[in-house]
Write a protein that binds this ligand. Structure first.
Ligand code: NAD
Length: 277
């Protein structure tokens, strides 16, 4: 099965389908990630905040794959927005992963309501990028106003903006601002942590296609051009979520799913989220 790749604005290619490890217990992360790599995933999404980077690194080594064959993303913990803290935290991520380079490193949250400045944080990420220790840098949970300010006040345009997207939160405005600036959209919680799986409109499409609801929703993301990385610790589901490339949704079905938008977030609102662990 060939997973399509997306070429980021700096020429780096990223597999459009990956494996997310949020809420995977650190003790289970190596096995779950290794299962994903055995099934064929070549893109893993972790974060300092998930506490499981070490398991991701162990799985990559245990897989026998070359490090260069697996695209690995991590994200800066909210506590480390100051310039020197960000650089130190990045180096600690590399240490935990056992890597000498990350494929993608993101500012996890913009934290607009507290006394940190994501523009200064971004300058630290620019230094990391220029040093070659991260092949690409990007942001997560940036609203259009945050993204515009970052682009105006700094030199490197983020390669991606990772935001919550699923059929109940289609995020058309943020996605279009991203693409206006050449920023790829990564869709987190692509199946809304399971919330969309009982939706009758999607159940009907899945029955017609002979696919599961999760597969239909993930396929919808792929056809919209976003990058996705569903999470599961169950091998059969990890397999199911990878099996998306032998069917296609019609324009009509794509439109039906997009019309389910109700602005419903499963996670925090980035304009109000100022959590420091
Ligand atoms: P998700 O939408 O991937 O849903 C995961 C849940 O759905 C799992 O717990 C599992 O119980 C269930 N599930 C998975 N596959 C299934 C299947 N085929 N059938 C039935 N149920 C299934 O939610 P998520 O984990 O929140 O998001 C995916 C990834 O996005 C995360 O692992 C993480 O890498 C990333 N993420 C990023 C942020 C951010 O702030 N940047 C926030 C949340 C998640």
């Amino acid at each position: 099965m060939t997973v399509p790749t997306i070429v980021l604005n700096n020429g780096v290619s990223i597999p459009q389908l990956g494996f997310g490890v949020y809420q995977i217990d650190p003790d289970e992360t190596k096995d779950a990630t290794l299962a994903a790599l055995e099934i064929g995933y070549r893109h893993i999404d972790t974060a300092q905040m998930y506490g499981n980077e070490a398991g991701v690194g162990e799985a990559v080594r245990a897989s026998g794959l070359d490090r260069a064959e697996v695209f690995v993303t991590s994200k800066l913990n909210n506590a480390f927005h100051a310039h020197d803290d960000a650089i130190k935290a990045f180096d600690e991520s590399l240490e935990r992963l056992g890597f000498d380079q990350l494929d993608l490193f993101l500012i996890h949250w913009p934290l607009p309501g507290i006394d940190v400045d994501f523009v200064e944080t971004w300058k630290a990420l620019e230094e990391i990028y220029r040093s070659g220790r991260a092949k690409s840098i990007g942001v997560s949970n940036f609203q259009p106003s945050h993204l515009r300010r970052l682009i105006q006040d700094t030199e490197i345009v983020p390669a991606v903006n990772q935001i919550e997207v699923h059929p109940y939160l289609t995020q058309d405005e943020v996605r279009s601002v991203n693409s206006e600036h050449g920023v790829a959209t990564e869709a987190w919680s692509p199946i809304a942590q399971g919330m969309v799986l009982d939706d009758h409109a999607i159940t009907g499409i899945a029955a017609e296609q002979g696919k599961t609801v999760a597969q239909v929703v993930l396929r919808w993301h792929i056809q919209r051009g976003d990058i996705v990385f569903p999470k599961s610790v169950t091998r059969s589901r990890i397999e199911e979520n990878f099996d998306l490339f032998d069917f296609e949704l019609s324009e009509g079905d794509m439109g039906l799913i997009t019309a389910l938008d109700k602005g419903h977030r499963t996670g925090p609102d980035p304009d109000r989220f100022n959590y420091i662990p």
